[in-house]
Each structure stands twice: as C-alpha cells, then as structure tokens.
Design a binder for this molecule. Structure first.
Ligand code: XUL
Ligand code: CO
Length: 449
C-alpha cells in the first residue's frame, strides 16, 4: 500500500500520515514523543506499546448521552442507504484512520463491525461479510486484530444479563453471538478474545439467585473456552473487570475477584486479565494496583488504556494524559517483561463536543505520546535500579537466617513466636518507608533528570 489506506472515498481529508516531529513541534497532528522506531531497551517503542484503536468509541459512538442526542455525525453512516452499506463505509474509514495514525492493532465487538439482522442467521451473515472485508484490509494495511469480543449487553434482550440471564433462551442467544465472535476473531488472526462482564451482575438480591448466576457464568465461559480451543484458537481469553455500571454489583468486580473466580472454576490456565484504568478507579483502586495484582499472579494479559475523572463516579473513558500514571503503568509492565499477546487498547472516547474529524486523531496522538513518555521514564527507573533496589533491600531480612527459614515455610508459629520473644521490642520495625524520597526520585525521572 501507499502511505495509508483510503477506500472508495477518503473520510479524513486533509490529514495525512501522522509523523513524529519531536517535543518542540506545535503541530497538533504530529507525535511529539512517540517515535515508533526508537529503541527503548531491547525493543522499539512500537513493539513495546502495541497500540490498538477501539472500533466502538472511534467509529460507532456519536456523542449520545442520557441528556442529549448525537453530536458527532459520522459521514460513513450519514450518507449510506442501509445499515450494511454504513458498516462497509465505516470499515473503510476505520482502516484509513488506523493506517494514517500508524497503529498496529484494533479491537472490536461483533455489533460495532456489522449490524444485527432480523434473525440470528442474518446477523451472522452480516458479520461474515464484514469479517471478510476486514481480512482483506488487514492484509492490505498490515493492521492486526488485538482482540475481538461480542456485544451481549446493548440489545434490550440482555437487560437482565447474558450468560447470567434468568431466562435460558437469552443465555442461548448470547452463545450464538459469542460463538460467531470467536469464529470472527480466529478468522482475523486475533491475538486474544475478551469478555467484559457487560450486564453480568445484579441490581437487587430480591430478584437474584447469585450462586446460580455465577455458576452459569462459569459454565458459559468454560463452553466458550472449549469451543475456541477446539477451533484452534491458541491465544488468551481475557476477562475485563469492572465493579459497577451498568449493574450495581458486577460479578467481575476487580482483578483479585476475577482471579479468585477463575481459579475456583478451573479457568485460570486459559483466561487472563484485560485491565482498564477507568474500571480500576471505579473499584477504588489505582490502575497500577490492578496491573501489579494481575502480574504477580501470572494473570496479566492486556490493557484498556484510558482514564476517569477523579471527581466522577462513572466510566468517563477519557484519553490518558497523565505522565505519572503511564510511567507507573509502564514500570509495572516492563518489570514483568512487557506485553506478550496483549497491548494498549484505547478504550477511550473524545468528548461529545469534540466534533471535528481531526479531534479523533489529536486524542489518539495525545494518548500515544503520553504512553511513550511513560515508557521512557519506566525504562530509566529500571535501568537506574534505585527504586527496584530500594524495594529489594526493604525485604533483606527474609534472605538470611530465621527470615529465610520463614520464607521457605520452615518455621512453626511456636518457633516464630520464640524468635520474637528472644529478639525483644528494641527498635524493630522502625525503618523509614521513605515514600517521599522515592516520590521525589520518581518526579526527577519524569523530568528526564
Ligand atoms: C465497558 C468496556 C467495554 C469493554 C469491551 O466499560 O470497557 O468497552 O472494553 O466490551
Ligand atoms: Co474496556
């Protein structure tokens, strides 16, 4: 292909391939820090960060909110004669956008890509037509699928849940969609397959059998896993935790809850976590807490990159702009060896009053630059090793003597208690945690000093 893809019609006219122009550039349509070919440690920025664009926010969302109608009028849907034509145009626009932005990946829900038909058969046919087009465009542009998923939460039939629905018929219809979405993911060489809980949760115990719903969810996920493996899908299945919204109590509350669930139902070998920054905030966690929790359990998979608003209790899905947050996130990700099958999917949306086509580019450029800075800072932290060494030394007492025996599990409570008795109160435990010192060092890294 040329520098970028355009179908029959160019949708983002006047915007060419987004280039790296360096930190002094004032061009809103250029990268200031993300230099795809720059090597950080052993890999290029591009290979470290594995950016993906979310099909739903970027090409489907139109700014509708509970208080007002659409504000963003996508030319690919406006001028189409029917939903299939709109979907075909939308895909051209999407691949034009991916290739101009220079991202390597995208993610989609079945219904983002193809409209629902009048029957499950027609819906599947619609999806197959669009998947076949996506396959061609992936080949032409080199853009790949990070993960696929099924939207089993928007249609009113899922108002009481999908796999956790009290009506078996709805569970079966959810399976119809999930099976087709797994097939689509395989067809498009997707590197992972995601389950976000959607409406898998409840509002009131007065109408809910919690145990049955959790068992049904596990059964459904097991069936999906078995089907995917039977069809030759080798990648990870992801669960994306979220504590609330749309349901009051979501079964996939946070990383720790999901890991417990997966282990309880024997799904932990095939499933990993897709961690979203804004969902972590809603669970009252730091984004990095969720990343680290998954990492230490060997369950980290992928990231939905965004941010919330610290004063809002809902999922605002804003583009990431905080160097501090991305540096902390990339520090945790680099520490565990970086991404394997996962990546940074911008599950982020422009504000409903950002109505110029360029705004979508500017938002992604900002998010990519912010993660590029975070990556550079994280690499410096790891290379300098001041912070990792501090942590290591903080636990030095577990490396020798009785501490090492404890760490190996060689002590009984009686023996441990005797050691405490013999050591006496003295000054034990009065070692500074030096958080402020470490925060100051971190800030120096942020400034590149
Ligand atoms: C919803 C959310 C979803 C998932 C995919 O909060 O994050 O878009 O990422 O279903
Ligand atoms: Co998400």
């Amino acid at each position: 292909m040329g520098e970028f893809y355009t179908g029959n019609k160019e949708y983002f006219k006047g915007i060419g391939k987004i280039k790296y122009e360096g930190p002094k550039s004032k061009n809103p349509l250029a990268f200031k820090y993300y230099d795809s070919k720059k090597t950080i440690g052993k890999k290029t920025m591009k290979d470290h960060l594995r950016f993906a664009v979310a099909y739903w926010h970027s090409f489907c969302a139109d700014g509708t909110d509970p208080f007002g109608a659409a504000t963003i009028h996508h030319p690919w849907s406006m001028n189409a004669n029917n939903p299939m034509e709109a979907a075909i145009n939308k895909m051209d626009a999407a691949f034009e956008f991916f290739s101009k932005l220079g991202v390597e990946y995208y993610c989609f829900h079945d219904r983002d890509m193809a409209p629902e038909g009048v029957s499950p058969t027609e819906s599947e046919k619609n999806l197959r037509i669009l998947v076949s087009k996506a396959k061609d465009l992936q080949k032409e542009t080199g853009v790949k699928l990070l993960w696929g998923t099924a939207n089993v939460f928007s249609n009113p039939r899922f108002m009481n849940g999908a796999a956790t629905n009290p009506e078996f018929g709805v569970v079966a219809l959810a399976a119809t969609q999930v099976k087709a979405a797994i097939d689509a993911t395989i067809e498009l060489d997707g590197e992972g397959y995601t389950f976000w809980g959607g409406r898998e949760g409840y509002m009131s115990l007065l109408n809910t059998d919690l145990k049955r719903e959790k068992d049904n969810l596990a059964r459904f996920l097991t069936m999906a896993r078995d089907y995917g493996r039977k069809q030759g899908f080798k990648g990870p299945f992801y669960i994306e935790p979220k504590p609330m919204e749309p349901s009051k109590h979501q079964y996939d509350f946070d990383t720790e809850t999901v890991i417990g669930f997966l282990r309880h139902y024997g799904l932990d070998k095939d499933f990993k976590l897709n961690i979203e920054a804004n969902h972590a905030e809603l669970a009252n966690h730091d984004f990095v807490h969720e990343l680290e929790t998954a990492a230490v359990e060997g369950m980290f998979g992928s990231v939905d990159a965004n941010r919330g608003d610290p004063r809002n209790g809902w999922d605002t899905d804003q583009f990431p702009i905080s160097y501090y947050e991305t540096a902390m996130a990339m520090y945790v990700i680099l520490k565990m060896g970086g991404f394997t099958s996962g990546g940074l999917n911008f599950d982020s949306k422009i504000r409903r009053n950002s109505i110029e086509p360029a705004d979508l580019f500017i938002a992604h450029i900002g998010g990519m630059d912010t993660f590029a800075v975070g990556l550079e800072v994280a690499q410096r932290i790891i290379e300098d090793a001041i912070i990792p060494n501090f942590i290591e030394n903080r636990y030095a007492s577990f490396k020798t003597g009785d501490g090492a025996r404890f760490a190996k599990g060689d002590l009984t409570l009686e023996e441990l208690s005797k050691i405490g008795m013999n050591s006496g109160y003295g000054n034990i435990g009065l070692t500074s945690g030096k958080q402020e010192y470490l925060e100051n060092i971190f800030n120096q890294y942020l400034l590149g000093i």
